[in-house]
Design a protein around this ligand. Structure first.
Ligand code: GLA
Length: 728
């Protein structure tokens, strides 16, 4: 799978090959990443005089070898490469100039892990391997170890870089990325997931032009505005054909994705920690690890690339008891009550939900301190017994006595100025001395770079969990971070506070997982503002968006599916008119759209009509029966909501093709309109399928090749149909 021969290093996964070579001068050059290909591809390196291109000093007049044009594996500022580089290091005098040359390479069994940072892990049968390539600066300033984790059966290669200061002075790292990829041929487009609060992960595909295209987050969180996942695709690539490279980062803070088309028409991609204001001081002998990046490739279109990522996230990122098992159908009280509830009101909502088949009651914001609005009490993680009419345990026990599980919302990284916690520890919040801190949702951010802050919050929350007995936690984070100035940070850490913050947050999640190994934990960040593989390494599911409108969710969930499996998406049926958009959609459609890995309700079911309540009951039965195919089946985007004028469709198909679920939502009703056709995928072409809801027998080949005319169910806009297909 990994071979090192005559300074040629080759990684093979089941369907891809990745190759690099040490040049005669010791530079690590990148040769190839693409379809599985045998042989030595160093013949593809073209050495010729590029006219005034810089040339390393030891080349004795050879002007055909320039770092500014050669494809490199992990370039650095100072080796005369003027393109975007992944590494910038300064010596003790502030001079940036390192030149990394090959030192050694070794292969180990299994997949590496990274201290304090999340990383993918291997399961039995994954046949994972690790490659470590070590480079050293010619003037002995740093040693850089490049790690490659190979998961051959999902065609994923993971990467990270570790920099060691081998000088006897303190140096600084001013940029460190996780992954560089140089592609010398091909004309690529980038597909990235942009957005805003309530409209996360909108797919956007655009042509790359010369110069740099840069995406990222400087908000302290991976953000609603830009997701760390992206694809590079050929101009002709579609869902089902063509080249696609996918990249993602296991990181939940500031990141930068850069793609440069250089003057020689070559493409360079660099992804990793944002270097804006980044400065890590490294004392002699110290090391610094970048977060992990992952990449995958296929020549079979975007659908196959997403499938690689889906399997990888489900199997090699998510952990814990809810990784593969059915998530309980939940009811959350947020949109039902907001802050306005009593213990009895909660019990009444839970009671109706239980009657209809709901299994878990989640008490959202407002149960602690004096929290009756979003101006106060964050940080005071003790129960508001006055509001609840007694201890939280009493409410939880009453709900559990009905046969339901009990869950709770927390927002551990935040503090309100109007809270006992802030009054006792004002220095625990980020703030620049002499300046009033910017508020976001009327709250401040706690300095999680300090262990004592994490300890203080963790202890409070653990006390509530232990006293009440909690089956589920929703961990929220509702603002971005502005003034990341830590009262405690030593000089060495000033330029990495936001990174230290992310490590502190991961530590909090890790402690929770270790202390409560059976708990079901869902991530959240003002909806989906921290939907990334870093978070998914600790929680198997993330609340996808605060926007619960079934129509809007079509776009949000479609975009999310490019990089993340449906099993990671939390989605709820909420009331109409929808609280975010005012739109009215039928309960049937709200149920069909919310039917992802994490299915639930967020409204007072007492207020529904009897007819709608019957529909809810049916939906819950469907989810309980079909959860496995939804959560673990293969997901197909059958139409693109950004391009489809009438009907949006998607499909979950069992891996063995024995069954599938097709969902169609009619997004626009027109008078005497055309009949859209839906072409299914992932079926057995040689078998017949029975379509339960339309009572038809049609061959798999016909459904995929001729397609299915959208049945005339759409009596009104936003109506929908779920069709179960069973192989005969
Ligand atoms: C955020 C979450 C919501 C809800 C509120 C509570 O906005 O995304 O689901 O929990 O906070 O304040």
């Amino acid at each position: 799978m990994i071979t090192i021969k005559d300074k040629l290093i080759t990684i093979n996964t089941d369907n891809t090959t990745y190759q690099m070579k040490v040049s005669d001068y010791g530079h690590l050059l990148h040769l190839y990443y693409g379809v599985k290909t045998a042989g030595d591809m160093s013949y593809t390196l073209c050495y010729y005089d590029r006219g005034y291109a810089p040339v390393p000093n030891d080349l004795e007049g050879d002007r055909t070898y320039s770092m500014d044009v050669l494809p490199q594996e992990y370039s650095c500022f100072g080796n005369s490469d003027f393109r975007t580089v992944p590494l910038i290091v300064k010596d003790e005098n502030g001079a940036s100039g390192i030149d990394l040359r090959f030192e050694s390479a070794e292969v180990r069994d299994g997949k590496y892990s990274i201290d304090k940072l999340p990383s993918a892990y291997a399961n039995e049968g994954d046949d994972a391997k690790t490659l470590i390539v070590t480079l050293k600066d010619v003037a002995d300033l740093v040693r850089v170890k490049l790690y490659y984790g190979v998961l051959p059966h999902v065609d994923v290669i993971t990467r990270y870089a570790c920099v060691e200061n081998i000088s006897d002075h303190t140096i600084s790292i001013n940029k460190i990325s996780s992954l560089q990829l140089d592609l010398r041929w091909g004309k690529y487009e980038v597909l990235h997931l942009r957005g805003r609060y309530g409209t996360e992960r909108m797919k956007e595909r655009k042509r790359l032009v010369h110069g740099n295209t840069v995406f990222g987050s400087r908000r302290g969180i991976s953000s609603h505005q830009e997701n760390p996942f992206m694809m590079l695709v050929d101009e002709s690539t579609s869902e089902t054909a063509g080249e696609a490279y996918g990249f993602s980062l296991l990181y939940s803070g500031n990141f930068t994705n850069e793609i440069e088309i250089d003057p020689s028409e070559q493409t360079r991609l660099v992804t990793g920690l944002s270097d804006e204001l980044f400065e890590k001081h490294l004392r002699a002998g110290e090391t610094f690890d970048s977060p992990e990046a992952v990449m995958s490739y296929t020549d079979q279109g975007m659908e196959q690339l997403s499938y690689n990522f889906h399997r990888f996230v489900r199997k090699n990122i998510c952990k814990g008891p809810y990784k593969e098992s059915r998530r309980p159908v939940l009811i959350n009280n947020w949109e039902a009550t907001y802050f306005d509830f009593t213990g009895d009101k909660l019990v009444a909502i839970a009671k109706k939900a239980k009657e209809l088949g709901v299994e878990l009651f989640v008490l959202d914001d407002g149960w602690f301190g004096k929290r009756d609005n979003d101006w106060c009490a964050l940080g005071d993680w003790y129960v508001n017994e006055e509001k609840l009419g007694g201890p939280l345990k009493r409410v939880a026990d009453e709900i559990r006595a009905m046969g339901m599980k009990f869950g709770l919302w927390i927002e551990p990284e935040m503090v309100s100025e109007d809270s006992d916690f802030y009054r006792a520890h004002p220095d625990y919040a980020f703030a620049i001395p002499g300046r009033k801190p910017v508020r976001g949702r009327s709250q401040l951010v706690l300095d999680y770079s300090r262990k004592e802050v994490v300890d203080a919050v963790f202890d409070q929350i653990a006390r509530v969990i232990d006293a009440t007995g909690i089956d589920y936690l929703k961990i929220d984070m509702n603002r971005s971070i502005h003034e990341a100035y830590s009262a405690e940070a030593k000089d060495q850490n000033r330029g990495v506070i936001l990174h230290e913050y992310v490590l502190g947050m991961y530590d909090f999640l890790d402690r929770l997982n270790k202390r409560y190994p059976d708990m079901f934990i869902e991530g959240c960040c003002g909806g989906g503002g921290r939907f990334d593989m870093g978070m998914l390494s600790f929680v198997p599911q993330i609340w996808c968006s605060d926007n619960t409108d079934a129509n809007e969710r079509l776009w949000i969930q479609h975009g999310t599916s490019f990089g993340y499996p449906m099993s990671t998406i939390g989605a709820h049926v909420s009331a109409v008119p929808n609280h975010q958009t005012g739109r009215i959609t039928p309960i049937r459609t709200r149920g069909a759209v919310a039917m992802c890995g994490g299915f639930g309700y967020e409204l007072d079911l007492n207020l529904l009509s009897d007819e709608d309540r019957e529909e809810v009951k049916k939906q819950i039965e469907v989810y309980k029966k079909d959860w496995k195919i939804i959560q673990q089946g293969r997901y197909f985007r059958l139409s693109d909501p950004t391009e489809e004028p009438f009907a949006v469709a998607w499909e979950y198909a069992a891996e063995d093709k024995s069954s599938a679920i097709l969902t169609i939502v009619y997004i626009k009703s027109v008078c005497n309109g055309p009949v859209p056709f839906i072409h299914l995928r992932g079926l057995d072409p040689d078998a017949d399928y029975y379509l339960e809801e339309t009572d038809q027998h049609i061959s798999g080949a016909a459904l995929m090749n001729a397609g299915l005319p959208v049945p005339p169910f759409a009596k009104r806009e936003h109506d929908s149909i779920m069709i179960h297909l069973v192989r005969q």
